[in-house]
Design a protein around this ligand. Structure first.
Ligand SMILES: [Zn+2]
Length: 278
């Protein structure tokens, strides 16, 4: 199995190849293990908005901050709403929403920065984490793409934004699609696949549809592949895209899953940041 997200510890996976590409870069995804939360949030819940004890979540977050060497005061945290707002993070925007959800950056589902020592974070329980990195220009980004963010093309919009406002050619951008619910466990209806078709209208590589009809009005949808096609459509090179094989719903030992756990569950955290090695 060629899995780009490798076990680093009980509580997290890291994108090993990217760390090798740039030694200061830390990108990864947490597991549900190694924390102190109880009940449906057992044990490493990192979401503050899911009715877990907020002190337990804060302790789980502090532990991750310690392990990664990025203090909470340098984290960017979002109030995620399944839309497509992308925020460029500077020092002034860090440290909010790290232990109190109400302070988090409002209505945001993607972050990017070119500043060192800032950790971009977003929460997930089945949605697709899409990571971005431009090694030469030193830009890092992360997006939260459930089906809504996916069909709004939040992944492609990040690439377009970097091209237009930061002068970074799409061909020099590396992307990674992290652990998320796979087509084995993700059934959707016509309303969703119609919007998938619309989002992929200009895709150069749509010879295989990223969904499979299983009965009238029911489809197995592969959101990872949709996001990959959107990245290709935006000009990212195929050899620069890593895709995780982990299904958050199948891997009950590693991940929380909103669908599998029927809505009452914890959140994993995606993170990316570049450390100043001086
Ligand atoms: Zn599955």
């Amino acid at each position: 199995m060629n899995e780009p997200f490798k076990h680093h510890s009980n509580s997290r996976l890291i994108l090993k190849e990217w760390s090798e590409l740039s030694p200061g870069l830390i990108a990864g995804f947490t597991t549900k293990n190694g924390g102190i939360s109880g009940g449906p949030f057992h044990t490493n819940n990192l979401g503050l908005h899911v009715n877990d004890n907020s002190e337990d979540v804060a302790a789980n977050r502090r532990q991750l901050a310690e392990e990664l060497g990025f203090p909470l005061s340098k984290w960017a945290c979002a109030d995620q709403i399944h839309q497509d707002q992308i925020v460029k993070v500077t020092e002034e925007l860090t440290g909010f929403g790290t232990t109190n959800y109400d302070d988090s950056i409002k209505g945001t589902d993607a972050f990017y920065t070119n500043k060192k020592n800032i950790l971009l974070t977003l929460c997930y329980a089945d949605c697709v984490p899409v990571y971005f990195y431009a090694p030469e220009q030193g830009f890092a980004g992360i997006a939260h793409a459930g089906w809504k963010g996916t069909v709004k093309n939040i992944a492609g919009k990040m690439v377009q934004l970097w091209e237009m406002t930061e002068n970074i050619p799409a061909a020099s951008i590396h992307a990674a699609i992290g652990p998320s619910i796979d087509s084995c466990c993700y059934i959707v209806d016509d309303r969703v696949v119609t919007q998938v078709d619309e989002a992929l209208e200009n895709c150069p590589a749509t010879s295989t549809a990223p969904y499979e009809k299983i009965s009238e009005g029911q489809y197995r949808l592969d959101l990872k592949t949709v996001n990959k096609l959107l990245l290709l459509q935006a000009g990212v090179r195929e050899e620069n895209i890593h895709v995780s094989t982990y299904c958050t719903s199948c891997q009950n030992d590693l991940f929380f899953s909103h669908r599998r756990d029927k809505g009452k569950t914890g959140r994993m955290l995606s993170f990316i940041g570049v450390k100043d090695e001086q």
